[in-house]
Structures are given as structure tokens and as C-alpha cells.
Ligand binder design. Structure first.
Ligand code: CDP
Length: 224
């Protein structure tokens, strides 16, 4: 009998490697990968582009009715569009990094995106990564993983990925990662949480390939 493809929720703090690992694992298993962080980043980009103050919840909420997001899968990952404009690269800027957790704390933004995430997740064969996937977006996911690592390891990984290392120090990145963790964990709406049923993977002493292999093993063991 063919195996039942499942829904996998991957949550964890900033820079734990959720996106890159989930993307690789999804490709290997032929699953759909949905990066929900990219959706919060795209809304944040649109807010900044419109000249709206991220603290102005009313203006941010009003903007939502004018936004259409589209994720288009590519061979390696996906491109993300806001009202038809490809913002895939633009959503990784320092400006977006600095404002995204503030935008993600707004209830209307979360409702707007969670509805789209659930619709995209459909009937299974999906990996979603974010902060509230196991707790809010897909509470019935067959497998929940909490991927974490020490703040030092996470900041270092992020710094190694940064193209302009001269303009951003490791210390700056560490501060930005810690500030996002703080906001994401302590916000009122859908905070980052490790649900009791999640399997915790701490990648401090695991390589990329070892972490991906562990995730593949957990998924194949959960598929019926
Ligand atoms: O990849 P990285 O760890 O830098 O973060 P991300 O997944 O791109 O998410 C960026 C930000 O979006 C997070 O710091 C959260 O503030 C927010 N987010 C969220 O609130 N809920 C999600 N499901 C995903 C992201």
C-alpha cells in the first residue's frame, strides 16, 4: 500500500535553519514546502514600501485589503510576489529584518496569512515552517518538529550567509536575532512556542546533512 503523505509543522527561533533544512527535506521527499516567514516578510516589505509606520496597526490593517500575495514554486524553492511584483530577494533586507516581528505581532496580519497558509497546506504532503505552525496553523499536523540551536550558533550561521559582511558584524546579527526571539516569544498573538507533542531537534552539534537526515527519518517513520 502506498504511504500516506503527511503534514509536517516545523517551528523554532530565528536562524535555527528551519527554512533551508525544510526546503531540502521537502525536495528529497517530493513534499510541498511553505515558508510562512517569507509571507510575514512580504507583508513587512509592502508596509515599508508604502511608507507606513510599522507601529501604525490601523494603517497596516488597511493595507492588507490591497495586498495579493502569491508563492510560485521553482526547482529549488519558490518566488514570492506582492501585487505581481517579485520581492523574493527584497524580503531579506536588514530593513525587513528590523520590522518583521513588529508586523507579525498584529492580529489582522496573522489572520490574513494563516488563512492562506491553511489553504495552501491542503490535504498533506507538506512541510510548513514558522513560529505558530504546530500551535495555531496546523494543530492537527501528524508530525511537529521544534528545531532550535544556541543563539551563538544561530547568529553565526546567519552571519556566514550575509553577503555584505563588512557592513554587518556578527555582534549586530546576534542582537537582531535576540530581539526577534524576544518579540516572537513574548507577543500576545500566537507566540513562538514548543508544543508538548513536538519533537525537539537541537542542531548545535549536528551538521546540515545530519539535521536533514533526522527530519527525513522522522517523516518516513510517521507516514503510515
Ligand atoms: O528565517 P528566520 O528565522 O530569519 O525567520 P522567518 O522564518 O523568515 O520569519 C521572520 C519573522 O516572521 C519571525 O521573526 C516572526 O516574527 C515572523 N513569523 C511569525 O510570526 N510566524 C510565522 N509562522 C513565521 C514567521
Amino acid at each position: 500500500m502506498s504511504k500516506q503523505r503527511i503534514a509536517v509543522a516545523v517551528d523554532g527561533p530565528a536562524g535555527a535553519g528551519k527554512s533551508s533544512i525544510s526546503k531540502t527535506v521537502a525536495k528529497q521527499l517530493g513534499y510541498l514546502y511553505i515558508d510562512t516567514g517569507a509571507m510575514y516578510r512580504a507583508v513587512t516589505w509592502a508596509v515599508l514600501e508604502a511608507g507606513i509606520n510599522p507601529a501604525d496597526e490601523k494603517a497596516v490593517t488597511e493595507l492588507l485589503s490591497k495586498l495579493t500575495l502569491r508563492m510560485e514554486p521553482t526547482a529549488d524553492a519558490f518566488n514570492i510576489f506582492v501585487n505581481g511584483q517579485d520581492v523574493t530577494g527584497l524580503i531579506r533586507s536588514q530593513a525587513v529584518n528590523g520590522a518583521v516581528s513588529q508586523i507579525a505581532a498584529i492580529k489582522a496580519v496573522r489572520e490574513f496569512l494563516v488563512a492562506q497558509q491553511r489553504a495552501m497546506a491542503g490535504a498533506g504532503g507538506v512541510i510548513l515552517d514558522g513560529r505558530d505552525i504546530g500551535s495555531v496553523v496546523l494543530p492537527n499536523a501528524e508530525l511537529k518538529i521544534y528545531l532550535t540551536a544556541s543563539v551563538e550558533a544561530r547568529a553565526k550561521r546567519r552571519w556566514l550567509e550575509t553577503p555584505d559582511k563588512e557592513s554587518v558584524s556578527l555582534e549586530d546579527i546576534k542582537k537582531s536575532v535576540m530581539a526577534r526571539d524576544e518579540m516572537d516569544t513574548n507577543r500576545k498573538e500566537s507566540p513562538l512556542v514548543c508544543v508538548p507533542e513536538a519533537i525537539v531537534i537541537n542542531s548545535d552539534n549536528l551538521s546540515f546533512d545530519e539535521t536533514a537526515a533526522r527530519m527525513v527519518q522522522l517523516i518516513t517513520a510517521t507516514e503510515k
